[in-house]
Ligand binder design. Structure first.
Ligand SMILES: Cc1cc2nc3c(=O)[nH]c(=O)nc-3n(C[C@H](O)[C@H](O)[C@H](O)COP(=O)(O)OP(=O)(O)OC[C@H]3O[C@@H](n4cnc5c(N)ncnc54)[C@H](O)[C@@H]3O)c2cc1C
Length: 421
């Protein structure tokens, strides 16, 4: 072994905790240190733009794993501690404040940071982004102020976070304008039929939704944001602005240490970086697929799945990324659940009620199921997930037929699998 130094995990978020716990589950008995720069014990981020935004409570309610639970598994937690640099040759980390830390093996789980606008006025007071507990509390307070002063909240970006904030702000009684640069909502991940359904839902809840809006400037008065101006001269008054234009992988530490990074720390299917002694998982990583493409996912499922692979890799085992990616978003009373990756689809069919909306969109390529987006159709989501995990596909006609039980595809496949194995 040669070294008694612990395995150190940088980043105490979803992926970091998963790596630590999976190491213990997989029988690792040595020293284990989880280092995070935030002051809070590991917590869940999804509620920050959902229920927590409108009904914040004690931060413990968001807890992913409390210090006691971690210490029971002999996982040492160091909070408020930023890692500044990795010395790979010396197997050391340099911490803010000057301290150095030796590691036996290293895992990076540094997450992502919200993208910022590089436009005039982007630094004005009242321009906010959402990643942390503190951000969510600030945005919640800003929404309440907007509602009380009858000033609109302007959300820049019609992706998941922007739209969830818009829904929360409507719930709290604020007037809301959403400015989206592209012609439809969530266009990076959803088919037009899903975008249009959410467009109707937000408009029905009174959101002023502006598509194709090219934001040019944030206008301020005495240092505080007052309005958002678009390139075509339109100006939207703002009591506060939430910028939700996506995140950038936090790969600076890895890049400075010479690890391969391409908009994320490049890892293989087993979460190994270009240095086989260092693994990376979660939002900070970009996974190299078998066909050479790089895939970046920002989701709880991805952090958990890659965290398990990373722990296995640290134990010297190969555990490739296994299950089908999935994601969810809550907006008003609509629950969106997405499973699979729709990239490259050539056909979409739907089942259910498009108007309510309570339907599922099935994405196919060459007649094979790639992904399913379900809006308030939990059963469709669960059955589709099982199908995709098993590599099975209904035909497009079966998927579109609400009377066809998706489960039957699995049931029909079972005897064949047993015989053919
Ligand atoms: C508002 C919001 C809503 C979301 N909603 C959903 C949802 O509905 N469904 C879903 O699947 N996903 C959702 N996500 C995404 C999901 O939360 C992330 O994909 C997940 O948290 C990624 O986990 P991670 O561990 O990779 O990164 P993080 O959770 O970001 O953790 C990384 C940690 O590393 C720390 N760190 C970074 N650099 C250093 C350093 N140098 N030294 C020490 N510590 C460092 C960071 O401070 C951070 O605490 C949401 C995210 C946000 C922000």
């Amino acid at each position: 072994m040669g070294s008694q130094a612990p395995i150190v995990i940088v980043g105490a978020g979803q992926a970091g905790v998963q790596i630590a716990e999976s190491l213990r589950q997989q029988g690792y008995d040595g020293g284990l240190l989880l280092v995070g720069e935030e002051p809070h014990p590991p917590y869940q981020r999804p509620p920050l733009s959902k229920k927590w935004l409108t009904e914040p409570g004690a931060s413990q309610a968001l807890s992913l794993r409390g210090p006691e639970a971690l210490s029971r598994r002999r996982i040492e937690l160091r909070l408020d501690t930023r890692v500044l640099a990795i010395d790979r040759a010396g197997s050391r980390l340099q911490l803010a404040g000057g301290e150095e830390l030796r590691y036996g093996q290293l895992a990076l789980a540094t997450g992502a940071r919200p993208r910022t606008l590089s436009l005039p006025g982007a630094q004005l007071e009242g321009v906010l982004a959402l990643r942390t507990i503190g951000d969510s509390l600030r945005i919640g307070a800003a929404i309440r102020r907007c509602a009380a002063e009858q000033r609109p909240l302007v959300v820049i970006g019609g992706g998941f976070i922007g739209l969830e904030v818009a829904a929360g702000a409507r719930k709290l009684g604020a007037e809301v304008t959403v400015l989206e640069g592209l012609p439809r909502l969530m266009s990076r991940v959803a088919a037009p039929i899903v975008s249009e359904a959410f467009e109707r839902v937000h408009r029905a809840h009174g959101v002023n939704l502006v598509l194709g809006a090219q934001v040019a400037e944030l206008v301020g008065h005495e240092g505080r944001v007052q309005a958002v101006r678009c390139a075509d001269g339109r100006e939207f008054p703002a009591g506060a602005v939430v910028v939700g234009i996506g995140v950038a992988a936090d790969d600076a530490l890895a890049a400075a240490a010479g690890l391969a990074c391409e908009r994320g720390i490049v890892v293989d299917e087993c979460a190994r970086s270009s240095d086989p002694a260092i693994v990376a998982a979660g939002d900070c990583s970009a996974r190299r697929l078998a066909d050479g493409r790089l895939l970046r996912l920002e989701s709880v499922h991805n952090a958990v799945e890659q965290g398990q692979s990373a722990a296995a890799a640290l134990m010297g085992h190969e555990r490739p990324f296994r299950s089908t990616p999935w994601f969810w978003s809550d907006q008003y009373d609509v629950k969106l659940q997405m499973v699979g990756l729709s990239h490259g689809f050539d056909q979409v069919v739907t089942r259910g009620d498009l108007e309510r909306p309570a339907f599922s969109a099935f994405y196919f390529r060459a007649g094979r199921l790639l992904a399913v987006d379900s809006l308030s159709r939990v059963q469709d989501h669960m059955k589709s997930k099982r199908l995709l995990d098993a590599g099975l596909s209904p035909t497009p006609a079966q998927a579109a037929d609400a009377n066809f039980d998706l489960q039957s595809v699995l049931q029909q496949a079972r005897p064949a699998t047993a015989d053919g194995a």
